[in-house]
Design a protein around this ligand. Structure first.
Ligand SMILES: [Zn+2]
Length: 294
């Protein structure tokens, strides 16, 4: 998809997708920023995610659209999506996110002019008279327990946060991979044209949701296979205090699994590259160890 770049600065680029929707491509390695969006209505601008340093989006909105930021939609609670919130305290801005995230953020910590709205299910909003936005939560623990999606129905665009990302940037530290895959299959069954991922170089076609779910399915299968093959009796290696198993031990195991190689490991290496493919399987082996202990 080709789109016009309308701004560049501070390792940020802004692209026009339509009169009401702009993709803000950010820099993760150097600035720890996630991708964002400007949704522009006739009275104000809503932005997607409060990334560190993202207060600059207030100035960008004035410069590019001549309107103030009036709302922030948070896709989930990870730091690269929320750490910028503290910089917005003196602005009249409403923060929309999942009810669970409101509970975890504790609004009393954010004393100032910010107000919070917790969402459970689907909420339809209007930005002025002209732009309709739909926010909806996923009540399972998927990428995280806070996952919230932002849909612009007139454009068929959904902002997915990190529920859908480039293959090499999947993170699992607060995920449940199995319900994550199910959640993506449900989303893929709805209609849409494009998705804006929390990380990645461009918008993805809507069909990428299923492709990413396929990728996660293989990650899950490899982690299970690796776990089962090397630890047929988990109680012999896994104990509550992790005295028998270490991060280094898991790393060695996953490296050995990839060195042996099979169709799935080759698929993952092709999609995510050798290092990230291993990291993603490792994170899921750890998740299985935690589940086993529970
Ligand atoms: Zn995340």
């Amino acid at each position: 998809m080709e789109y016009e770049q309308i701004y560049q600065g501070n390792l940020v680029e802004v692209f026009k997708i339509s009169d009401s929707f702009y993709f803000r491509r950010a820099n993760l390695p150097i600035r720890n920023q996630c991708n964002g969006a400007f949704i522009v209505g006739n009275t104000g601008v809503a932005i997607v995610d409060a990334t560190p340093g993202g207060i600059e989006m207030a100035d960008e909105a004035i410069k590019l659209f001549h309107k103030p930021v009036t709302a922030i939609y948070l896709t989930h609670g990870h730091g690269d999506h929320t750490e910028g919130l503290v910089d917005w305290l003196d602005r009249e801005v409403t923060v929309y996110c999942s009810r669970r995230l409101v509970e975890d953020l504790d609004p009393s910590y954010f004393k100032g002019k910010l107000s919070f709205v917790g969402i459970d299910g689907t909420v339809k909003l209007r930005l002025g008279e002209d732009v309709e936005v739909e926010l909806f939560t996923n009540n399972d623990v998927a990428h995280s327990k806070w996952d919230t999606f932002v849909r612009i129905p007139s454009l068929g665009i959904v902002c997915t946060g990190d529920s859908v990302v480039e293959y090499q940037t999947a993170y699992f530290h607060s995920a449940d991979i199995h319900s994550w895959i199910n959640s993506l299959r449900r989303l893929a069954n709805q209609k849409g044209n494009y998705i804006l991922a929390g990380h990645g170089q461009s918008l993805f076609p809507y069909s990428y949701i299923n492709e990413f779910a396929d990728f996660l399915t293989v990650v899950e299968r490899c982690a299970k296979d690796c776990f089962k093959r090397h630890w047929p009796n988990p109680s012999e290696v896994v104990d509550e205090r992790f005295t028998k198993i270490s991060w280094a031990g898991v790393k060695e195991l996953v490296d050995r699994y990839f060195a042996e190689g099979n169709r799935d490991t080759k698929f993952l290496e092709e999609k995510a590259g050798p290092d990230d493919a291993r990291r993603e399987v490792r994170m899921n082996v750890w998740a299985m160890i935690r589940l086993y202990i529970r």
